[in-house]
Design a protein around this ligand. Structure first.
Ligand code: GLN
Length: 482
């Protein structure tokens, strides 16, 4: 049952081959069975079974939405009314959200059943899910390696079949990199495509919610549910949302693919480069034309990103001061003591590091030298992409310079960890949509192909991914034992 696509499951629910309650129970049992992966922070068993029961009633009607009764799970960054929303932090370990994020609301309205909340790096800061207050997520392909981050729980849960599909968020690669490490399909939409309302902010100008699924076909269904203008989010885009599932069967004849030469430098492991180029060969067989392109500004993406993201997070996280909600220290002596100890006790090392870097970059005297300069670089990077995307339709390259690395391997060296984001963060700086699609294995570890599209061209991206998945079966591989 847990290897079926969403469309197949929707059919099984309608022909009564299985009920939503049975399907939900099946996943809840699996979540317990594979709890050592640590992919969930909270499992909402009682609520899930109640929602499944309602879904079964809805399924009697002919117009029940496609996702009715399908068990999914949310990254623990999305606020869920009456349910703990921790964002992977001790700071919010006691936080019960008083309202639903728009994304959560949309899934509820679509009849999907939420199984629980997924593990993630603390406040989405990290590339390995090792900064979570709730511990590291293990990669189902190899328990000694990380699942990637920050949406590590979301990726591991899909790979291990502990949810049909999950949500993630991507500020600098947090959907695509864990998708690549866990051998699943991940889509980070254009900035503004999916509402950020109720999605706890890390770096507001970069954060974007998206989907983590087993295939492009499933991703199209999920994105349909999530996308669209939201008046509660001032950066939400007014663009029309096309029918994604209807658009994923177009021929790729004449599709122009650009390979940025900066993506294939010596930083990239040779086996990964070969895997990516094999996938590109497959696209040539499908009728695509391939050419090399160059985006010289990409080399400044990591420093620019870490200045901007840290600056924004230092402002966003200032609301967590022990006064209104979140962790509060015992017996504060005065207001200063309350702030300092509450924050000092509840934030982990990586979050503190970012707040310090961000505060420094924003301080008088350094603001122009760091923050303004980083913003200028950001503009130049966007222009590189815009220019290149007038020459080609999509860009392709690796998602990460390596496959899933060992647990603990990079925790003592933050710079090494930041470098793992080298191929993903520029896309967030430009606000473009991009996907990670399973494209092979290196030493039994999954490798993702990154496909980057033009603004609001998610439909094209999904089609490009789906055509590949029709002629390959990398996305169908399951880790052993699951
Ligand atoms: N690894 C990057 C960071 O730590 C990206 C994280 C993300 O996309 N949320 O900032």
């Amino acid at each position: 049952m847990h290897n079926k696509t969403i469309t197949e499951l929707a059919k099984s629910l309608r022909t009564k081959e299985i009920s939503s309650v049975e399907l939900t129970q099946h996943y809840l049992t699996r979540i317990k069975q594979y709890s050592e992966l640590n992919s969930y922070i909270s499992v909402t068993e009682r609520q899930a079974l109640a929602a499944a029961k309602i879904a079964d009633e809805q399924l009697q009607k002919t117009d029940a939405p496609l996702l009715t009764g399908i068990p999914i799970a949310q990254k623990d960054i999305f606020c869920t009314e009456g349910i703990k929303t921790s964002c992977g932090s001790k700071m919010l370990d006691n936080f019960i959200a008083p309202y639903n994020a728009t994304v959560v609301e949309k899934f509820n309205q679509s009849g999907a059943v939420m199984l629980g909340k997924l593990n993630m790096d603390e406040f989405a800061m990290g590339s390995s899910n090792e900064t979570s207050f709730y511990g590291t997520v293990k990669n189902p392909w190899d328990n000694n390696t990380v699942a990637g981050g920050s949406s590590g729980g979301s990726a591991a849960a899909v790979a291990a079949r502990l949810a049909v599909a999950t949500t993630g968020t991507d500020t600098g690669g947090s959907i695509r990199q864990p998708a690549s490490f866990c051998g699943i399909t991940g889509l980070k939409p254009t900035y503004g495509r999916v509402s950020r309302y109720g999605m706890i902010a890390y770096a507001s100008s970069l954060d974007q919610g998206g989907v983590m699924t087993r295939s492009a076909e499933d991703a199209a269904i999920l994105l349909q549910t999530m996308a669209g203008f939201d008046e509660k989010d001032s950066t939400s885009a007014q663009e029309v949302v096309p029918n994604y599932s209807e658009n994923i069967n177009q021929s790729l004849k004449g599709l122009k693919i650009g390979l940025p030469k900066e993506f294939f430098s010596e930083d990239l492991e040779a086996d990964i480069a070969a895997t990516i180029l094999n996938a590109v060969e497959e696209y040539k067989k499908l009728g695509a034309e391939v050419k090399e392109v160059s985006m010289p500004m990409l080399k400044y993406a990591i420093p620019a990103y870490y200045v901007i993201a840290s600056a924004e997070c230092s402002a966003n996280l200032s609301r967590l001061d022990g006064v209104r909600y979140g962790h509060r220290c015992e017996n504060p002596k005065n207001l200063d003591d309350l702030y300092t100890r509450s924050r000092g006790e509840a934030f982990g090392a990586e979050v503190k590091r970012r707040i310090l870097m961000g505060t420094y970059a924003l301080s008088a005297g350094y603001y122009d030298a760091y923050y303004i300069k980083a913003q200028k670089i950001r503009r130049l990077i966007s222009e590189d992409f815009k220019r290149t995307l007038t020459e080609v339709d999509v860009l392709m390259g690796p998602v990460a310079p390596s496959t899933a690395f060992g647990i603990g391997e990079k925790t003592n060296d933050p710079i090494q960890m930041y470098l793992a984001d080298i191929y993903t963060i520029a896309i967030n700086l430009a606000g473009l949509p991009a996907m990670s699609v399973p494209a092979g294995f290196v030493e039994n570890k999954p490798v993702g192909l990154q496909i980057i599209g033009n603004y609001f061209k998610e439909a094209q991206l999904l089609n490009v991914a789906n055509q590949y998945q029709k002629v390959t079966d990398w996305h169908k591989k399951t880790p052993e034992g699951f």
